[in-house]
Design a protein around this ligand. Structure first.
Ligand SMILES: NC(=O)c1ccc[n+]([C@@H]2O[C@H](COP(=O)([O-])OP(=O)(O)OC[C@H]3O[C@@H](n4cnc5c(N)ncnc54)[C@H](O)[C@@H]3O)[C@@H](O)[C@H]2O)c1
Length: 247
């Protein structure tokens, strides 16, 4: 990739207001590659700082991905300011380390609302704009938990399997309009979502064939390929980035 692979493109990333998170890394890399980046996250996140650190190519727009009304407001803002959206990364998500024996209905619904319905609402909000322009790249953040059930928390796995399913369905539906839809399935990535510090990361690293956890920057580089014009023909696919743990 050169430093201009996203020149002229407008990208929106959800959940990008976590310093050290995958969304923030994607925002930084996309801007470096020439895109204008709309960093979105909850109002009380570090999104304003992430955007300020990137500079004038980025702006922070608060967005709770579970709110259809909020998505409509963001669409109006993006259309008024840029007239287009080329790249949508549905990255926002939460983790819940509980199984069927200890997940409450409220906890289940909350995980599904953010990880699953949030992705649906994002695609539903921006697909008409991309369809109209005849191009676009949507990248949905799935997980290893969307590839297997064993060892995975119940609500989280359910939400990520749904992301995989809707990625494929939307790819099929939007392909005739030049819009690509793909999913990234990270394994263990060193972000604020993985609490516990170096000891936990070392313990997890021992389970991974590559011998280490992944980084946000590595996930961002995969997202960059899917977002850029270097990817012309890949759509409806899942990309595992996990050091071979599910191999
Ligand atoms: N870190 C990992 O090991 C790992 C592995 C597989 C998949 N993932 C997925 O990658 C994505 C990014 O996670 P991360 O590791 O960077 O975690 P992170 O906790 O650093 O970032 C997640 C962001 O999502 C935001 N968010 C939560 N609820 C939201 C809502 N309702 N609306 C908008 N934003 C909301 C948070 O504020 C946070 O900034 C998530 O979808 C996660 O499930 C992470």
């Amino acid at each position: 990739m050169n430093n201009n692979s996203l020149k002229g493109k407008v990208a929106l990333i959800t959940g990008a207001g976590s310093i050290g998170g995958q969304g923030a890394a994607e925002a930084r890399l996309f801007a470096l590659e020439g895109a204008r980046v709309i960093v979105t996250d909850l109002e009380n996140s570090e999104g304003a700082k992430v955007a300020a650190d990137i500079g004038e190519q980025a702006e922070f727009v608060p967005l709770d991905v579970t709110s259809a009304v909020a998505w409509a407001g963001v669409v109006a803002h993006v259309v008024a300011k840029h007239g287009r959206l080329d790249i949508l990364v549905n990255n926002a998500g939460i983790w819940l380390a509980k199984g069927i024996l200890d997940t409450s209905p409220e906890e289940y619904r909350k995980v599904v609302e953010i990880n699953q319905t949030g992705v649906f609402l994002g695609m539903a909000a921006f697909a008409p704009i991309m369809k109209e322009s005849g191009s676009g790249s949507i990248i949905n953040t799935c997980s290893n938990a969307g590839l297997k059930g064993g060892g995975m928390p119940l609500a989280y796995a359910a939400s990520k399997w749904a992301v995989r399913g809707m990625t494929r369905a939307a790819a099929w539906e939007l392909a005739p309009f030049g819009v690509r839809v793909n999913a990234i399935c990270p394994g263990v990535i060193d972000t604020p979502m993985i609490h516990g510090g170096p000891e936990v990361l070392d313990m997890l690293a021992k389970l991974i064939p590559l011998g280490r956890v992944g980084t946000s920057e590595e996930v961002a580089r995969l997202a960059l390929f899917l977002a850029s014009d270097a990817n012309g023909y890949v759509t409806g696919a899942e990309f595992v980035i996990d050091g071979a743990i599910t191999a």
